[in-house]
Design a protein around this ligand. Structure first.
Ligand code: NAD
Ligand code: GLY
Length: 360
């Protein structure tokens, strides 16, 4: 029996929106988006891998509902998440006659979602946008919660803003065309969700068999993310910071490796191993529980050790430009037991450098 389509509502003080997750829902995008009444013209921002696969079907569905789509494609890959690319898209949209009455659809993975969301936040001081995520990372994490932005050589996501989508449409059928490596990397964020909020999900993760029946797993992860974002939309109280588990070291590894060499999820996998090491030494996580995380990452072929060329000193330097540093002190997320996260500000540079060395 096909899995039923699921809807998870994200209820925020300023607005609420739905994340709809289902197999084959791309062809229903037109009617779902038209019912939002956010405009009759839109830029469909996608990348060079995703657009040839899904842009026509999305644009046909939009046209059949009276919306005029203008496809705008960028090169696939993390390098496109840049200020230069954001500016290029804005200028192209102006040249194509878009204005504050237009809206944007982000069709692709987390790179397209973060970039297109950022453009939506700054174009004519902000226009509506819809996320149509096509990777695991984007469906379980990046499309929900309104964090948008671009990278600079100094670090990941240092420039950006909060701009919530009006709707998220996650068609799980699009996951079938993901290359193996890109499919697997997405599970780093799923395993992170298990580590911080849902230890029981680890058993279900270990039972995943190929690409079948992913709707309920994606919905379970969207619900975790949605509840956290509802609690702390702008990452003020610290709850949303729990989602950064594994990311402080992971982002530094991603930046140090040169954006695009290691996939985002692969860098986060290494960050999760290092954060697990630190959680054992500084927060009492039993080592058997840290091992369960390692086994789950290994199931998806994700890296758990770092090449010796990746120098600990260089990673420490990169980490200091990370947004999680506050007045020279790091805010570091640890997991004292699987399924529960804690934000700590007493983790020292020496603790972190030991955790990085444990990866070598
Ligand atoms: P990605 O967007 O680069 O996609 C990975 C690759 O898969 C790309 O080559 C893409 O072209 C291709 N692809 C995408 N969908 C496809 C499909 N259905 N079929 C075939 N190929 C497809 O990477 P990602 O892992 O989705 O996202 C990583 C980005 O997300 C990072 O920049 C990260 O910082 C960001 N992120 C943001 C948040 C947030 O809250 N905003 C959360 C997590 C990650
Ligand atoms: N992915 C981290 C966050 O959305 O806060």
């Amino acid at each position: 029996m096909p899995e039923p389509t699921r809807t998870i509502r994200v209820a925020l003080p300023a607005r609420q929106y739905d994340t709809v997750i289902g197999n084959g829902i791309l062809s229903t995008c037109g009617e779902r988006i038209a019912s939002l009444n956010i405009g009759e013209r839109c830029a469909v921002i996608s990348d060079s891998n995703v657009a040839p696969l899904y842009s026509d079907s999305l644009c046909d569905s939009l046209r059949s509902c009276g919306i005029s789509p203008n496809p705008v494609n960028v090169d696939a890959g993390e390098a496109s998440k840049s200020m230069a690319c954001a500016e290029k898209i804005c200028r192209r949209m102006i040249a194509d006659g878009h204005d504050r009455h237009s809206f944007i659809i982000a069709l692709g993975g987390g790179v397209v979602g973060d970039l297109a969301g950022f453009v939506a936040a700054i174009f004519y001081r902000g226009i509506p946008f819809v996320q149509v995520p096509t990777t695991i990372v984007a469906q379980v994490d990046s499309s929900v919660g309104g964090k948008t932005g671009v990278n600079t050589p100094e670090g990941k996501n240092l420039i950006g803003c909060f701009h919530q989508p009006r709707l998220v449409l996650a068609d799980t059928a699009t996951l079938q065309s993901l290359p193996e490596r890109e499919f697997n990397e997405g599970f780093a964020e799923v395993i992170k969700h298990a580590a911080i909020r849902d230890a029981e999900m680890l058993d279900d993760i270990m039972a995943i068999d190929g690409r079948k029946a992913l709707t309920s797993m994606i919905a379970r992860n969207v619900a975790i993310k949605a509840r956290i974002v509802e609690e702390d939309e702008k990452e003020i109280t610290g709850t949303r910071a729990h989602l950064n588990y594994g990311h402080t070291i992971g982002h530094a590894i991603e930046a140090a490796s040169g954006y695009g060499k290691l996939l985002h999820g692969e860098a986060i996998s290494l960050g999760l191993i290092a954060a697990g090491h630190l959680s054992c030494s500084a927060a009492g996580l039993p080592s058997a529980q840290a091992e369960r995380i390692r086994f789950a990452l290994e199931k998806f072929g994700l890296p758990t050790s770092l090449s010796p060329q990746m120098d600990t000193g260089m990673l420490m330097k990169l980490m200091k430009t990370d947004k999680k540093f506050n007045n020279g002190r790091i805010r570091f997320v640890v997991v004292p037991e699987l399924g529960r996260a804690e934000l700590r500000n007493d983790i020292t540079e020496s603790d972190i450098s030991k955790a990085i060395r444990s990866l070598h």
